[in-house]
Design a protein around this ligand. Structure first.
Ligand SMILES: [Fe+2]
Length: 315
């Protein structure tokens, strides 16, 4: 018997993905995980994508053409990556803009995890369980950053933002192997490299402010650093989950993961990691020493064309 749409995990993930209100979306992702671990949701492994869409869209009067991008708020205004202003950490406004950028990344990361749940059928139950957990953790990150912004009198939507992460999500919507390779292990893994550098800038800024006896500003930076610690730690797990499912899909298809990964990087013109890479975090996320040696090279071994074509941000 077909499960009821309001209790089926993939249909609920699609509903949350369609939700345009950031707070509602984040809370829906949190509820999804809570209901899942409490055993209140069903997962029909035989439910195809078209059945999931049919049930959910029938409720919401949408059609498949609406499913290119997830539900989003009117603000922030989305602009080209090059038009997002620089974010120097040495001013309150700069720190606010920096954390707003992190909020935007986390908001997109919720949708990336939800998308992995509803869009790809025929995966094992553990796959859906993993991405339900990731969606919840991304929602927690988003809510933590929004709370920080609120303490500074700001909110998500106050600054312009860009759409870089979703470009690759849209391009890999038809292919779970490409999605699992290129979003977690390329785009999201970039966050493992970038977050410590952001934290270092903030720490230097806090040191200057401490010397200037601006202890209130120091406290806001320290709370931002705590949030970034949490994000970095969780993202190691998210990248690892993506890598594991990429390797599982390769095994199912009889493909060698490493050469398949390189081929996908070429095919999708994906950005090669920009040195220096965070070896400790990437090793914890499942990269091999040999892969990291290649990533640490100043130039890509072959086909340099991918570098810089897509915006790469931490999640
Ligand atoms: Fe995150």
């Amino acid at each position: 018997m077909m499960p009821q749409v309001d209790l089926e995990v993939r249909a609920l993930a699609l509903q949350a993905w369609l939700c345009a209100d950031p707070l509602e979306k984040a809370l829906a992702a949190r509820t999804l995980q809570n209901d899942w671990v409490q055993g209140r949701l069903s997962l029909s492994l035989s439910l195809t994508l078209s059945q999931t869409l049919g049930q959910t869209l029938a409720q919401q009067s949408l059609n498949a053409a609406d499913l290119v991008t997830p539900g989003r708020p009117v603000r922030p205004r989305l602009v080209a990556a090059g038009n997002v202003p620089n974010r120097p950490a040495n001013s309150a406004a700069g720190r606010m803009a920096l954390m707003h950028a992190i909020a935007h990344i986390e908001f997109n990361a919720i949708d990336l995890a939800l998308d992995a749940i509803w869009r790809f059928d025929g995966m094992p139950q553990a796959y859906y369980a993993d991405w339900v957990l990731v969606a919840d953790e991304e929602a927690q990150h988003f809510l933590l950053v929004c709370e920080w912004l609120a303490e500074q009198g700001a909110s998500y939507g106050d600054c312009d933002a860009h759409d870089g992460l979703w470009q690759m999500a849209a391009r890999t919507a038809h292919d779970p192997i490409a999605r699992m390779a290129l979003v977690p292990s390329v785009l999201e893994a970039r966050g493992l490299d970038a977050t410590p550098m952001i934290q270092e800038r903030l720490r230097r800024n806090a040191k200057d402010l401490r010397n200037a006896r601006d202890l209130s500003a120091v406290a806001t930076i320290e709370s931002a650093l705590t949030i970034l610690d949490r994000i970095l730690n969780d993202e190691i797990g998210h990248v690892r989950i993506g890598r594991q499912w990429f390797e599982w899909l390769c095994a199912q298809a009889g493909l060698a993961p490493e050469t398949t990964f390189d081929a996908l990087m070429e095919t999708f013109n994906a950005p090669w990691p920009k040195p220096p890479v965070n070896r400790t975090a990437r090793l914890a996320a499942g990269f091999t020493e040999a892969q990291l040696d290649r990533f640490s090279q100043a130039d890509r071994p072959s086909a340099h064309s991918g570098r810089g074509k897509l915006s790469v941000q931490p999640t």
